[in-house]
Design a protein around this ligand. Sequence first.
Ligand code: GLY
Length: 402
Amino acid sequence: MNFTKPILFAAIFLIIACQTNKKQTHSTESIKFSADQVLDLNVIKTKSTLEKLSSYDSLPRNIDKGEKGWNFVGVKDWCSGFWPGVVWYAYETSGDVYLKEQAEKFTNTIKPIAYTSADNHDIGFMVYCSYGNGYRITGNESYKEIMLAAADTLATLYNPKVGSILSWPSQVHKFRHNTIVDNMMNLELLFWAAKNGENKELYTIAKNHAAVTMKYLIREDNSMFHVGSFNEETGEFLQGYTHQGYANESMWARGQTWGIYGFSIAYRETEAQEFLDTAIKLAEHYIKRLPEDGIPFWDFDDPKIPNSPRDASAAAVAACGMLELSGLVKDPILKEKYYNAALSYIKELSSNNYLSGDTNQALLLHSTGHYPNNSEVDVPIIYADYYYMEALVRLKKLQGLE
Ligand code: GLY
């Protein structure tokens, strides 16, 4: 299909823009926003993009400033699983069989990751976002075997002397045994595999990893280090660093959101109260420091704020994390608080401030990947689209219950 539905597109865009320009309040009832309407628009756009892509081995990653089309990466890039995941969410919400076929084809591309020795912790992002969504939605048994293999591959990076996964084998010269906050997101694959396969040790690995991250990567003020450096023989914590943030002690926005979401999942899977308490502390600190519109600057401590780029991807991850957390806490006040926080981020992302419309092939504008390297600054990035779609699909299900 050619992207020739400008009237529908403009109408939906107008509805969203009007809704999101209303003053926000903290009352659920007063916030009118239909995830379904935005998803309809995003499905149209995803189909349009799919029809322009030429190879299942080339996976969208980012779009250069002023350009319309995606730049692509191969299967070994850490972002390879996000595009198949976007297409799975588009299928899940629409039931369109064309999207299912496309999701399957892009997902098949990821298979070698499960059977190639582990280069990094990103196996979880690559395989759980692609095969994981495919299995969740379709129950395709052949996916299960690949996911179990991927979990075993990821677990080869576990160091029992430290009690955590070595996130970046390529960076041991700089950080020795390193465990990064992003790695919290890759525990879900291990928890899933422990439940669905024979290797029950994966549960212990994931739980230990979360416990080590909690103990050493969270600072007194409840902001997080990006990278923890450890003695690989004794397990001693050496120092916290940043890699993609402004400074070692600063609060890198996406890192904090990986923590909120990651510890929420760790609690969901283990029922260890300390993980829930941690997710709440990280969420409270994040909410307290957010700018008024709910979309963080790329690092909360960049001295150039407010003349500094935002990170829509962090807002999308935060929305997913807050929805997860809202479903886990017992206190009704906190439940509503985190739900409304997620809703406000999703609404802002769906406004004309962040939604790409016909600007380019992405769903969202204004993400920041690696500012200190001047890489992917204030551009569309595929994982922003992925977590935005996840947040919308989750919200749609919740709105269906209201
Ligand atoms: N390495 C994952 C991220 O950039 O958040």
